[in-house]
Design a protein around this ligand. Structure first.
Ligand code: FAD
Length: 422
């Protein structure tokens, strides 16, 4: 072959590209596949892509084109936030070099190391990260299943269910009754149902002041109970009643056609009934055989599955130890996992992970928002992610502290969503 100037420049450019690329020619980039573009999955995908300098090929599989946060969805019910303000898209992740596939992962072949898509196609992985959130346990509230979710919404996954519950609250007759069937432990966002009650009450106080709220609860105690009960007494006196397990709260069935809740043989009629069933790890975790009972056991250090070292499980689905199932926790776990995966695939260093969580709740809005919080720091031990100490708002705090606490939560919302989506 005669080298002319054009071929010489072309060859030289290719040669230079080979030298400067982060991987050696002929050696494929390591492949990480992430299932679920929520708090855990979006964060993990973003951190691996961002910190691996092109050495890792990251694919994110998520069916929804817009992720609506569950956090602050109660504030939308309370009339404090718009629905649109909860929505986030995946364009920023795609711009970061992540291959965003809007599809549903229907199966994992752990021997072949592939993920199958519902829409057709198979994606190979070197490491797989699963962060599919929760699914509901069938039969946990007799009379309720997914076909009843339009009559009795759960509103415990983000998006259309939250909008439906809001529309039902707005259509409620004057002086009507809202009933919540609260979930048993463990479930996503321990204070979530009680913040929801607070925000529904906030909405009623403004729009339907003679309406009533009944909580039917299988649990003896719940997160931030003293703070919520103090706040309900202060802001919504006489509006909220709770039936705990001592009075039949654990023996409940529903009739969506009649809009009734049977509490230990006593039939309660509701105008709006919010059923939050018992929960388990997302279905893909079960179909991949990575669960032990309802949840997926993981190693604390890197959130790797105790059943498959090439798979990591984050967020609500993981049985990791002391961290509550929250978006903050999932985001924190995702960063530890991303560091470990990057280290394993590119020979970079991993440091001992530190985890943290804070759950804020808004009890009352208005001129002086009444916000409270609970949180803790955690470290990885041989056995689990273990708490190293926590904090919680105090009853009787002054109004300024509560306003400041609410403001912190607003800053956190912006910080976590930009940490997830760029
Ligand atoms: P998710 O964020 O739910 O993400 C899972 C994603 O996986 C979803 O987008 C889903 O579409 C996708 N997916 C599922 N299966 C598949 C599949 N097979 N293939 C592809 N994709 C799949 N947390 C806080 O930190 N602070 C709060 O104030 C707070 N408030 C809350 C209030 C309410 C009312 C609720 C319900 C929750 C609240 N949470 C809060 C909890 C928080 O929403 C969850 O803990 C968090 O979203 C868990 O993250 P995740 O990644 O495990 O799951």
């Amino acid at each position: 072959m005669t080298l002319n100037r054009r071929t010489f420049i072309g060859t030289g450019a290719a040669f230079a590209a080979t030298l400067s690329a982060p991987m050696v020619m002929g050696q494929a980039r390591s492949r990480v596949v992430v299932v679920g573009g929520g708090a855990g999955g979006a964060t993990a995908a973003r951190y691996i892509a961002m910190d691996s300098d092109g050495a890792i090929d990251v694919t994110l599989i998520e069916p929804s084109r817009t992720y609506y946060t569950c956090w602050f969805s109660n504030l939308y019910l309370g009339g404090v936030r718009t629905f649109d303000s909860l929505g986030h898209t995946y364009g920023g992740l795609a711009a970061n070099g992540i291959n965003v596939v809007h599809d549903y992962a229907s199966g994992v072949d752990r021997d072949a190391k592939t993920v199958t898509l519902a829409g057709g196609g198979t994606i190979p992985y070197d490491r797989l990260i699963l962060s599919p959130g929760i699914d509901f346990k069938e039969g946990s509230v007799p009379g309720w299943d997914v076909t009843a979710q339009n009559a009795m919404p759960h509103a415990y996954k983000g998006g259309s269910q939250t909008q439906l519950l809001k529309a039902q609250l707005e259509a409620m007759p004057e002086g009507g009754r809202f009933i919540m069937v609260a979930p048993p432990n463990p479930y996503r966002c321990p204070p979530g149902p009680y913040e929801r009650v607070s925000m529904v009450a906030n909405y009623f106080k403004e729009n339907n002041p003679t309406a009533k709220i009944l909580i039917v609860d299988p649990k003896e105690k719940f997160s931030k109970q003293a703070l919520f009960e103090e706040g309900w007494q202060k802001h919504y006196s006489g509006m909220i009643q709770r039936i705990g397990p001592d009075f039949g709260g654990a023996n409940v069935s529903v009739n969506p056609a009649e809009m009734t809740v049977d509490v230990d043989g006593v039939v309660e009629k509701g105008d709006v009934v919010n059923v939050i069933p018992a929960q388990m790890a997302g279905k893909i975790v079960h179909s991949a055989g990575l669960n032990d009972g309802d949840w997926a056991p993981v190693n604390a250090e890197d959130l790797s599955s105790k059943m498959d070292e090439n798979i990591h499980i984050l967020g609500d689905s993981a049985a990791q130890g002391d961290m509550p199932k929250s978006g903050f926790s999932a985001n924190s776990q995702a960063k530890a996992c991303a560091m470990a995966v990057r280290a394993a695939l590119t020979d970079s260093r991993a440091f001992p992970p530190k985890f943290s969580n804070t759950c804020w709740s808004l009890i009352h809005a208005g001129e002086q928002p009444d916000g409270v919080k609970v949180g803790a720091n955690y470290e990885a031990t041989e056995e689990k992610i273990a708490s190293t100490g926590g904090f919680v708002s105090q009853t009787g705090e002054d109004a300024t502290t509560r306003v400041d606490t609410y403001r912190e939560s607003l800053a956190w919302y912006d910080a976590i969503t930009s940490d997830m989506f760029g």
